[in-house]
Ligand binder design. Structure first.
Ligand SMILES: [Zn+2]
Length: 303
């Protein structure tokens, strides 16, 4: 990797395994599923390309082969595998008026329509912008982790294939975000299903970013094992808050306003890698997660 380049992928290797502590005294391990995936270096399935029955071939608003990102869906069907869903939608799409590019579960990634063309998954506007992938429900922790790995791998590969940057909320959007943006559907997946596992889109975006950056930088999902780490030494900071058991975090909205992160903080005396910094109101803030920043006064050292 190039000198001076700051990698989000290397952030996560420090980020994972470190406890977030919640406000209000209940401890949560917010990143455990990602930690499990990265710790075990879970290998995603191969992407299978099977021509489906959807016969509506339309380009995106920017043209054939020009998607603008990926919509993350969840099937809301407790008992259907990716194979089951593929068979069902190949048979029923004319009556359901619904079709997506791919279904993913813990065992398989099945692509059924060329991502050069749009599908019917999230309302007219989104259908003309985005590749769409459905995550199938599973019932145990390991299967959930494997299904996320497959889904994140599919999304990262697609972003890279179409030369798209990885921008949460812009090039990677949940169906819920699409519903909020365009008001053409009222679905809120995958948030409810993720929440059952203590998971959310921010964490999923962390996983996608990790895969995306590693694939771009090294061509491998989990990076090069013998990386000396010298390039990244200057990007690690340690934090502490004398007045509480955690260090608060803030986020910045699209208008640049600062907001307190309500449900998460950093454990005291823990090291973090950061990939960006910004000046705000006479202080410097360091980015330690997708949209989570720590104030300079909590930083005890850089290493
Ligand atoms: Zn959906």
């Amino acid at each position: 990797m190039k000198k001076g380049k700051i990698l989000f992928s290397s952030i996560l290797t420090v980020l994972i395994g470190i406890l977030f502590v919640s406000f209000g005294g209940t401890n949560v391990k917010a990143d455990t599923v990602n930690s499990y995936i990265l710790g075990n270096k879970i290998q995603p399935a191969e992407i299978q390309y099977r021509e489906g029955t959807f016969d509506q071939w339309f380009g995106y608003e920017n043209g054939v082969g020009k998607p603008e990102g990926v919509v993350v869906h969840e099937t809301a069907d407790a008992n259907a595998t990716a194979e089951n869903e593929v068979a069902y939608f190949n048979r029923e799409w004319p009556s359901l008026q619904t079709y997506v590019h791919a279904f993913v579960d813990n065992n398989e990634i099945i692509n059924i329509h060329s991502a050069d063309y749009g599908v019917w998954g999230a309302g007219h506007t989104a259908n003309y912008k985005f590749i769409q992938v459905e995550l199938c429900e599973v019932h145990d922790y390991d299967a959930f982790a494997r299904s996320l790995s497959n889904d994140a791998f599919y999304i990262a590969k697609r972003l890279i294939q179409y030369n798209l940057p990885d921008i949460p909320g812009q090039t990677v959007v949940s169906h819920h975000q699409v519903s909020n943006m365009y008001r053409e559907t009222d679905h809120s997946d995958p948030d409810g299903y993720f929440a059952k596992w203590g998971y959310d889109m921010d964490q999923f975006n962390d996983l996608i970013s990790y895969y995306y950056n590693n694939l771009k930088d090294s061509g491998t999902l989990y990076g090069n094992a013998n990386n000396s780490g010298d390039d990244n030494k200057a990007t690690v900071l340690s934090v502490n808050n004398d007045k509480a058991i955690f260090v608060p975090l803030v986020s910045f909205d699209e208008s640049g306003n600062k907001n307190d992160v309500q449900n998460r903080g950093l454990a005291n005396n823990t090291p973090w890698q950061y990939d960006q910094q910004k000046d705000f109101d006479g202080h410097t803030y360091y980015r330690v997660s997708t949209n989570e920043w720590v104030l300079d006064t909590y930083v005890t050292s850089f290493s």
